[in-house]
Design a protein around this ligand. Structure first.
Ligand SMILES: Nc1ncnc2c1ncn2[C@@H]1O[C@H](COP(=O)(O)OP(=O)(O)OP(=O)(O)O)[C@@H](O)[C@H]1O
Ligand SMILES: [Mg+2]
Length: 279
């Protein structure tokens, strides 16, 4: 087992005096197997990013522990790469230099760095953009550079927080295909946070669905479909419907944020199309 989240509880200090501590995660457990791609799906504010950052070692749980490849996580480490939603690329460096950055930090020699850089650029078909500055490439390319940089030092585990969040629909589909093929070539263990049901079904071996009830896991859905996935297939649709229904329970009529509204809008469209049999 690659990642094991064991009985994690996490609370934050109340914002206002006199309020109770905010318990975001209460006794949460799940795992990600070696080489598996798991999505963490749930309504806005349910604790997805918090869970991911605890696994990354950026913050500590109050109780419970995280094991990665049998070792307890106490701090961030090069075995776990983290891909932020906003790319977090260095604008003053070129594409190639951005990808090389973690290799320099890891003290790889120049020959090794150049070899890895060319291999990574070629996987993402971005060789010709090596000497472009970040502001000279498109949003989708930035996304790919962020992914290549995360993969630069062969992490055992890749943690992604809504990696395709800021991308439009068509580009998103293309990047999902690329992400899948890059990760399959690298045979990486991956945990991705998303609130996009379709994306979770397209990419995951398993989808873990969290609720606002202190992050309680409502269900784990194994996606048993051949890759690359056929969005038109009946089985694909039934996974999307099933997960959408569970999310509807998770929201429990409590619609507050834009993400919630997006999910509800998605459910409404499904109902209209008569594809989802939502009670
Ligand atoms: N450092 C912090 N201090 C106080 N509260 C926090 C902190 N970090 C997160 N929270 C709170 O914890 C809850 C969960 O936040 P988190 O970012 O994990 O949600 P999320 O599931 O990733 O949501 P989204 O889909 O909107 O990104 C929220 O209520 C948030 O306000
Ligand atoms: Mg988040």
């Amino acid at each position: 087992m690659s990642i094991s989240v064991e009985n994690i509880t996490k609370s934050f200090q109340a914002r206002r005096k006199g309020e109770d501590r905010l318990v975001v995660l209460k006794d949460i457990s799940f795992s990600v197997n070696d080489g598996e791609f798991v999505s963490l799906l749930g309504p806005s504010g349910c604790g997805k990013t918090t869970t991911l950052t605890i696994i990354a070692g950026f913050q500590k749980a109050d109780e419970g522990r995280i094991m990665v490849k049998g070792r307890e996580v106490t701090k961030p480490g090069p075995d776990r790469a983290f891909m932020f939603q906003n790319y977090a690329l260095f604008p003053w460096l070129k594409v190639g230099e951005n990808i090389e950055y973690p290799m320099i930090k890891k003290k790889l020699n120049k020959t090794e760095r150049e070899k890895r850089l060319m291999e990574l650029l070629s996987i993402a078909q971005m060789e010709e953009y090596k000497d472009y500055y970040i502001h000279e490439i498109s949003g989708g390319m930035k996304q790919r550079v962020a992914l290549l940089r995360a993969l630069a030092c062969d992490p055992e585990v890749l943690l992604m927080d809504e990696p395709l969040g800021a991308i439009d629909f068509q580009m998103r589909h293309m990047l999902q295909q690329q992400l899948e093929s890059i990760l399959m070539q690298k045979n990486c263990t991956s945990l991705m946070v998303t609130h996009d049901v379709d994306e979770s079904v397209y990419l995951s071996d398993r989808v873990v669905i969290m609720s606002r009830d202190h992050g309680r896991i409502l269900e784990e859905v194994k996606i048993d479909l051949p890759r690359p996935r056929d969005r038109e297939s009946e089985k694909y649709h039934s996974y999307v419907e099933h997960i959408t229904n569970i999310l509807k329970t998770a929201l429990n009529g409590d619609v507050v944020t834009q993400e919630d509204k997006d999910i509800m809008e998605f459910i409404r469209k499904k109902e209209e199309e008569g594809k989802a049999d939502i009670a």
